[in-house]
Ligand binder design. Structure first.
Ligand code: 1HE
Length: 256
């Protein structure tokens, strides 16, 4: 599948690797790219069990392609935002875990894109900024929801009001990445994690991707009911039964 000229797709068994491929423009996200992301996640083959989202060139992404704002009416910008919402929702609430491999600039809409993924691996060259305030605009890819939930609204305000840049190390401390690796190693670590993730049975994946983030926002009473139902459904799956029986028989995987 080649969802757009600015995206590059590779298959490695049960893993698909989607790379932003517009390095001359620092992987700035134009309409074609975002539409391509939406298409890619909407048409993922059933055999794919995990996706690595990476980028070619020196930077992950410089955010929204600012040239698309040059003559845009408010209505056109609204429609663009809605397209970003659709694309990023397909990442966050799709059927497979998505692992981002971050390096260089992870800026503006690029950070919004990364925030829609489930696991983020950053290398030592990664840095994060939200220059929307300086540009006189606002986030428009769900960042005020996703990024603020990851790092807190006040940190996000600081980034947007002062133009502060977080280093890879700072990003790791506040949860922008869950893994921090040496320069040039983000994609290989993301791939290794994706192979591990691909062994999780689909019903557990469903609970982790669909029930968990909703429960994190739910009132406890509703959350307990959803958690119970999800736990019952997952445990009844023959794959879960087999794995538990294997552990009890001494042949299952040990946690170490
Ligand atoms: C771009 C973009 C872009 C680069 N839109 N064309 N994002 C920003 O405000 C970040 C803007 N970009 C930068 O600050 C820098 O480009 C970088 C720090 C990321 C990289 O610097 P550098 O020196 O490696 O590259 P460069 O020379 O600045 O850029 C290379 C080319 O990419 C150049 O084009 P060229 O034709 O002159 O070669 C740049 O114009 C182009 N380029 N970034 C368009 N963003 C859903 S709402 C989200 C709102 C936002 O994302 S706001 C944040 C926008």
């Amino acid at each position: 599948m080649q969802p757009s000229a600015s995206l590059d797709v590779q298959r490695d068994g049960e893993i698909a690797i989607l790379r932003l491929n517009r390095p001359a423009k620092r992987n700035a996200l134009d309409d074609d790219t975002v539409r391509g992301i939406e298409r890619f996640f909407g048409e993922l083959p059933g055999e794919v069990r995990a996706v690595v989202l990476s980028a070619r060139g020196e930077h992950f992404s410089a955010g929204l392609d600012l040239s698309s704002l040059a003559h845009a009416t408010a209505l056109e910008s609204l429609h663009r935002s809605q397209m970003w919402y659709r694309a990023f929702e397909r990442i966050q609430f799709g059927s497979v875990p998505v692992i981002a491999a971050l390096h260089g600039a992870v800026i503006g809409g690029g950070l919004e894109l990364a925030a829609a993924t489930h696991i983020r691996v950053a290398d030592a060259t990664a840095y994060y900024a939200l220059p929307e305030g300086q540009r006189g605009i606002f986030v428009g890819g769900g960042g005020s929801i996703r990024i603020s939930r990851i790092i807190g609204a006040h940190r996000m305000m600081d980034l947007m009001l002062t133009g502060r840049i977080y280093s890879a190390e700072e990003g790791q401390q506040i949860g922008l990445s869950q893994y921090l690796v040496a320069a040039g190693e983000a994609e290989s670590r993301a791939l290794a994690l994706a192979r591990r993730v691909a062994t999780i049975p689909p019903l557990s994946v469903y609970g982790i991707l669909q029930a968990l983030p909703r429960n994190a926002e739910a009132d406890p009473a509703t959350g307990h009911v959803l958690e119970n139902l999800m736990a019952l459904v997952a445990a009844a799956d023959p794959v879960a039964q087999e794995r538990i029986a294997a552990f009890l028989a001494g042949s299952g995987e040990k946690i170490k």
